[in-house]
Design a protein around this ligand. Structure first.
Ligand SMILES: [Zn+2]
Length: 348
């Protein structure tokens, strides 16, 4: 069968294998036929050789952590043949740590977790894969064209879960949300904000392309100005750019008792002049919270599946700016400026 893989740690070793072995039965009882995988920045880092660890005993890592497939067989009866399914990316560490021991692998404390298509587990960019029932998430059958958005949606579902847990430390009636970055994570975070009935603002650098329209379609307001020029005081900020100036500016922009969720990963290595004392003073005197959020556990994947089922399918489809057949894998993994989400199509 076909599989898109790299030699882990070797830049530009991306290749399409035609004779990749069938998935091992140890991978899980549920056999799945791949429909699509979504591509994100992590994939580009793996292709550049900066990230990614192959499974033990091999140097080859199958790509793909944003999965969508159709069940071929499930002897456990958890899912039915034909059901849409996505595989959870992260598996708990073997120790396990206190969090992994209770299924909170998104909060792993020792870093020994494994991840499909990223760290020591083969990815989903192959014609067939297997999954254990506990890591298999069923999707609404109407999500055939867009279900590979479940993984990035699970990440924002976790962010929202933690924002709400933090918010309920006191009486909390948030009204205004600012999302910085209108890539897939930012746009999906804005979708979940709009589903909560909040007033949503989205900030991005782009002044053309599909982003302004996608934001407007949510009933949200689009801004292409620096954060400090915004005339709003958000109760909640979801920061999805990882850009250092944006990160600092949103911390200063949040309303008293505001919550800032950092969900964008910075590359680091850039220093800037910055008054840490003034920021500390503002955070303390306003009871603000700044926290980081990554990955998602089973509960968040299920919440994400519900959020996608409620969303407008046409809007979700508009996030996918390119669908590339597997034979064009090299083109799919080459970013272009107008991309929001690029999908590798296994049905073509
Ligand atoms: Zn752990």
């Amino acid at each position: 069968m076909r599989a898109v893989s790299v030699t882990a740690g070797v830049p530009n070793s991306l290749r399409l294998e035609d004779d990749h072995p069938e998935p091992a039965t140890e991978e899980g009882a549920i056999l799945v036929e791949a429909l699509a995988v979504g591509i994100c920045g992590t994939d580009h880092e793996i292709i550049a050789g900066e990230f990614g660890i192959a499974p033990p005993g091999t140097d080859s890592l199958v790509m793909g952590h944003e999965s969508l497939g159709q069940v071929l067989e499930d002897p456990t009866g958890t899912l039915q043949p034909g059901d849409l399914v996505a595989g959870i990316v992260r598996h708990p560490d073997p120790v396990p740590c206190t969090n992994c021991a209770v299924g909170e692998w998104d909060m792993c404390r020792n870093g020994q977790y494994t991840e499909h298509g990223i760290k020591m587990l083969p990815g989903f960019a192959r014609d067939r894969w297997r999954v254990q029932p506990r890591f298999a998430v069923g999707l609404d059958p109407a999500l055939t064209d867009v279900g590979m958005l479940l993984e990035p949606t699970s990440v924002v579902a976790k962010a929202w879960d933690h924002i709400e847990r933090i918010g309920h430390r006191a009486e909390w009636k948030p009204q205004t949300v600012l999302v910085t970055g209108a890539g897939p994570v930012g746009l999906l975070a804005a979708l979940l904000a709009s589903q909560r009935g909040l007033v949503v603002h989205v900030l991005d650098r782009a002044t053309s392309g599909p982003k302004p329209e996608l934001v407007a379609a949510l009933g949200a307001t689009y801004h292409a100005v620096p954060v400090n020029q915004l005339d709003i005081e958000p109760d909640i900020v979801i920061e999805a750019t990882g850009a250092p100036t944006v990160v600092l500016d949103v911390m200063c922009k949040a309303a008293p008792t505001g919550i800032v969720c950092l969900a964008g990963v910075s590359s680091g290595g850039r220093t800037m002049d910055f008054d840490a004392g003034a920021l500390n003073r503002a955070l303390v005197l306003e009871n603000n919270v700044v926290f980081g959020s990554v990955n998602a556990n089973r509960r968040h994947w299920d919440l994400a599946a519900q959020a996608l089922a409620r969303a407008d399918r046409t809007w979700l489809g508009s996030l996918i700016t390119r669908r590339v057949p597997v034979s064009g894998y090299a083109e799919a993994y080459t970013p272009t400026p107008d991309d929001i989400k690029v999908v590798l199509d296994f049905t073509a």
